[in-house]
Design a binder for this molecule. Structure first.
Ligand code: BES
Ligand code: ZN
Length: 617
């Protein structure tokens, strides 16, 4: 019976996808690990943080499970100096070898083990090319008094600070002991103390199994403030008040998330607001989201970033993309979940505006890649590529649109039940695109051919471009914004536009809807009316600066330089430097600014900008 039901789907599968459907590779080609032979189940880290040498030194003890008398353990490393390796509690020394360095993948570390070995101790130090680590001078922090260190392990940078099986398909629990200068405080993506101690020794425990890309550490002059029963924020003392104000809705978001897709399984949810060079908006390190200070707008208008990182506690941290080819399973699901939290906490109008902004990003991204580009598919083929260079808005916004489409076709209740069950069924497991689609068909489509035809699953997952059944978010507020732009363009003075009480998404949309090229007098008028050059909101400044560059609006150059030299968030840097690089004058200016700013940026950002400006470090 089951086979008969399956048949039409199989035919559909073959008919839509015979030529375009790549053979999904479940194997993670971005890791040297061989989990099918020997798998690491627990990491115990004992490290010292040396700010003078800009080095972590210590020991990683890995508990392993040998699947069948294998005699070698294969780990990922990059730039690590391996001092010695021992096996067992008794620390019997053992032979190891480092493979040849492979670009961005690093070096395979092969360790001799015995069939009965259950513990491997690696003594090591990090190297100068530890791209996960950013060592900040006091001048690069908010308070300018103490140095700061933070890590960024996603996608394949954990191996630059811990020898490990650095694949999202492999999970381990971890414990750690971190020694740092006594005036500083160390926190990790684990159970943290909420008070600083005087010894400079901190211990951590993560009892849920996680993939290596969620290993995280930050060390600095930190203070903590509670935000609610199970949430709080760490940051530098002078930022704490602002951060706590901005993040006041965190507890509400956790509650909204739980109501949607089941209990939050990680205990506490804290955030750390990092110095401005943090290359991302946020990073979903378990129990401790890492966040950029550029979300501190002063009016809580950019906190959907918290909804996003929090949502990853289900989509990503609980059910994890098995390989980076399946990245959309992390980010697309998270964007969908994020907007559902937005809707629950801030209302439908706000969530729809966010969805419209995402739709715009998606269309722009497809335009940039070209609709036939393989990078517009949800399932990616990152063969031979660095996953850290290949992330794009496709995973986020095409992923979001796909899930929204399913929701629209089956109804919200059914879809919510499905998602809740999905997160529970596959909790603490990894997921491939193929496996998700099989589960979707089994649980939700259930042989309904009409539904199959309405959704067109394989086209969404495996084909390029945007299917024509893509849902279209609707926002009356944005329609009004567009009307105001039209009025202005047909002669109505800017200061008379109906823009009172506009929220941040409306301003962003307004700026995005302005004509691509404008005269100096028009830019002057807009700025006089709306004070974009004085804005303290990073998203608004960013949109405005795009116009400053394209229109060579010289009055905006000081602000442009200030923005580019005061934060290192790649999402802002990349498009601005790209736009600058389009003209000769712009390129000159970009290089001048970059020379000043580059020492402040994180390796994640410099690797992107170096390429745009053809910069030789
Ligand atoms: N996990 C990502 C950040 C990431 C992706 C780091 C790929 C390394 C490789 C994080 O959850 C994220 O998506 N951050 C966004 C914020 C968001 C609100 C879309 C960012 O940093 O802009
Ligand atoms: Zn994300």
């Amino acid at each position: 019976m089951k086979k008969l039901i399956l048949l039409p789907w199989t035919l559909l599968w073959i008919s839509c996808s015979s030529s375009i459907q790549p053979d999904p590779i479940d194997h993670d080609e971005h890791s040297f690990a061989r989990p099918e032979e020997v798998v690491v189940t627990h990491l115990d880290l004992d490290i010292e943080v040396n700010f003078t040498k800009k080095e972590l030194t210590g020991k990683a003890s890995l508990s392993i499970k040998n699947k069948k008398n294998f005699r070698q353990l294969h780990l990922d490393t990059r730039g690590l100096a391996i001092h010695k390796v021992t096996i067992g509690k008794e620390e019997k020394s053992t032979a190891f070898q480092l493979g040849n360095p492979v670009r961005y993948l690093g070096q395979e570390l092969i360790i001799d083990i015995e069939p009965s070995t259950d513990l491997v101790n690696v003594y090591y130090s990090t190297g100068a090319e530890a791209d996960a680590l950013q060592w900040l001078e006091p001048a690069q922090t908010a308070d300018k008094k103490h140095p700061f260190l933070f890590t960024q392990s996603q996608a394949i940078l954990a191996r630059t600070w811990v020898p490990c099986q650095d694949s999202p398909g492999i999970r381990m629990t971890y414990s750690a002991r971190v020694k740092c200068p006594t005036e500083l405080w160390a926190v990790m993506s684990a159970e943290n103390d909420t008070v600083k101690n005087d010894e400079g020794i901190y211990t951590f425990k993560m009892t849920n199994p996680i993939p290596a890309y969620l290993l995280a550490l930050a060390v600095g002059d930190l203070k903590f403030q509670s935000l609610g029963q199970r949430s709080g924020v760490y940051t530098e003392p002078s930022v704490l008040g602002r951060a706590a104000y901005e993040l006041a809705d965190t507890e509400k978001m956790i509650e909204a998330a739980e109501k949607l897709y089941g209990p939050y399984r990680w205990g506490r949810y804290d955030l750390i607001v990092l110095p401005p060079s943090f290359p991302f908006g946020g990073m979903e390190n378990p129990r401790l989201t890492f966040a950029t200070p550029t979300i501190l707008a002063g009016d809580r208008s950019l906190v959907s970033l918290v909804a996003h990182e929090l949502a990853h506690s289900w989509s990503g941290n609980l059910v994890t993309n098995a390989t980076w080819n399946d990245f959309w399973l992390n980010e697309g699901f998270t964007c969908y979940f994020e907007r559902r939290i937005d809707e629950a906490v801030f209302g439908k109008e706000f969530a729809e505006m966010e969805a419209k902004l995402g739709e715009h990003d998606l269309l722009e991204q497809i335009k940039e890649f070209g609709p036939d580009s393989a990078d517009t598919r949800l399932w990616l083929n990152l063969h031979g590529r660095n996953p850290d260079d290949a992330g794009s808005d496709i995973a986020y916004d095409k992923g979001y649109s796909f899930l929204r489409l399913i929701e629209e076709k089956v109804g919200r209740d059914r879809f919510d039940q499905f998602l809740k069950k999905y997160f529970n069924t596959f909790a603490f497991q990894s997921m491939t695109t193929k496996k998700f689609i099989a589960y979707l068909r089994e649980e939700l489509i259930q042989g309904d051919l009409e539904l199959e035809k309405k959704i067109r699953i394989d086209e969404w997952a495996y084909q390029t471009g945007l299917p024509d059944n893509c849902p279209k978010p609707q926002s009356d507020a944005f329609t009004n914004v567009e009307e105001q732009v039209r009025s202005w363009m047909t002669g109505k003075p800017a200061k008379e536009l109906m823009s009172t009480n506009w929220s941040t998404p409306e301003w962003r949309h307004f700026l995005r809807s302005l004509p691509a090229t404008m005269k100096k007098t028009q830019m002057d008028e807009l700025d006089a009316a709306f004070k974009f050059s004085k804005s303290g909101n990073s998203e608004i400044i960013f949109e405005w600066l795009n116009h400053v560059i394209v229109n060579k609006y010289e009055a905006g150059y000081p602000q442009l330089e200030t923005f580019l030299t005061s934060m290192g968030r790649r999402k802002f840097l990349k498009p601005l430097y790209q736009k600058l690089a389009e003209t000769q004058d712009g390129l000159q200016m970009a290089k001048k600014i970059y020379a000043k700013a580059r020492p402040m940026y994180h390796a994640v950002s410099t690797s992107t900008i170096d390429e745009i400006l053809k910069w030789k470090a």
